[in-house]
Design a protein around this ligand. Structure first.
Ligand code: ATP
Length: 364
């Protein structure tokens, strides 16, 4: 394991600027997710770290050694960076043990190390199976075990759970997380799935148009997004037009407290951000609530999202945590209460982009 440092990396393909000055530091033993929409440069960044793409500018350092710069590049095999691709990475003619031990050389200890990493990914006892006798989830576990086996300085995971169905994905994700942690691996996970990034990574770097626009722990990105685009990409956003006066803002959903911001105290027109779980449903006519009408209900089992409309026409979204007990129905009038503080952003323009644009994302 080692630390990884990426400094001002640029990479173009013809006229397409895939990376435009990327800075990223990954501590030894940390798991960082690079999260961004399609085309934002995630895979290019990963390929530059692995040594598959030369840099146009900037530097990449692994464990204090410069491995990439425009004028000097350590070849991929000497960087020893392991890559877990999306799928189909196993040698079909080798057993599970053969696959995992492949990169371990001739040492007698290699079988012991292979068994250890297979155990870490939950596949002890599968040594003699052939890849075509494994499920998709088991194959990805073997791919992770094979990546970890030679103790590479850095493990890169390129959307490794994409091909798995939702239920299996959560389970494999959890086990891979445990395996990476138990082995002390320094890992970079590339994903466009915000839930995956939020649940797995200690730190998330959000990428857009070849740049990292914000990085930090998941709680920081969700609670204090740097701009409206990050707010919409990392989680569901409810946007309200508002008038700010110091630490409070007047909105169609009532007057609410603002999250203290570094830039000082806003005054005048702003738009404020709430998360759907900050809005709770109360009975119609509640004097401490704002009236709203339910327009849509998306039931997810553990919770539900309600798309609602305020009397002035503003759409909002509320997350209901006990949807099985007397959930409001479409057309019902309810009261809405707000909890916690709202974050103020400048009023100009519409919030750009969203991870899941839908009728429920409450954008004005
Ligand atoms: N070999 C290449 N030749 C030309 N353009 C490329 C090449 N590789 C990537 N690009 C372009 O660079 C930009 C970034 O691509 P990249 O694959 O890194 O994005 P990404 O965030 O990984 O996207 P996705 O999530 O869809 O895989 C895109 O505009 C892409 O079309």
């Amino acid at each position: 394991m080692a630390d990884l440092r990426i400094a001002d990396v640029h990479k173009a393909f013809g006229r397409v600027q895939a990376l435009s000055g990327v800075d990223l530091a990954v501590r030894s033993g940390a798991l960082v997710a690079v999260l961004g929409p399609s085309g934002s440069g995630k895979t290019t960044l990963l390929r530059c770290i692995a040594g598959f793409e030369p840099l146009d500018g900037g530097e990449i350092w692994i464990n204090g050694h410069r491995v990439a710069a425009p004028d000097a590049s350590v070849p991929p095999e000497r960087r020893r960076v392991a890559v877990v691709p999306q799928e189909g990475a196993l040698f079909p003619h080798l057993s599970v043990l053969g696959n995992v031990a492949y990169g371990l050389g001739r040492s007698a200890r290699r079988v012991g190390r292979a068994a250890t990493v297979l155990d870490l990914v939950g596949l002890a006892g599968f040594e003699d199976r052939m890849p075509h006798h494994l499920s998709g989830g088991q194959q990805q576990r073997v791919a992770v075990a094979r990546a970890l086996a030679p103790r590479p300085p850095v493990v890169l995971l390129d959307e490794p759970f994409n091909a798995l169905d939702a239920a299996l994905r959560a389970e494999v994700r959890r086990d891979v997380w445990h395996a990476l942690r138990a082995d002390g691996a320094t890992a970079v996970l590339v994903t466009h799935d915000q839930a995956e990034a939020l649940s797995m990574a200690e730190e998330i770097a959000v990428m857009r148009d070849g740049r990292i626009v914000q990085s930090g722990p998941p709680e920081l990105l969700y609670g204090s997004p740097a701009d409206p685009w990050v707010a919409g990409f990392v989680g569901e956003a409810v946007w309200l037009p508002a008038t700010a006066d110091g630490d409070r803002a007047r909105t169609p959903l009532g007057t609410m407290r603002l999250t203290p911001a570094e830039g000082g105290v806003p005054v005048g027109p702003v738009r404020v951000l709430l998360r759907p779980e900050q809005i709770t449903i109360s009975r119609p006519g509640d004097p401490n609530a704002t009236a709203a009408t339910v327009e849509r209900r998306d039931f997810y089992g553990h919770d539900a999202m309600l798309a609602l409309r305020l009397p002035d026409g503003t759409p909002v979204t509320a997350r209901v945590f006990d949807p099985a007990t007397a959930p409001p129905a479409v057309g019902d009038r309810v009261g809405l209460r707000v909890h916690g503080t709202a974050r103020a952003f400048p009023p100009d323009g519409r919030p750009e982009g969203s991870a899941r644009p839908s009728a429920t994302d409450g954008r004005p």
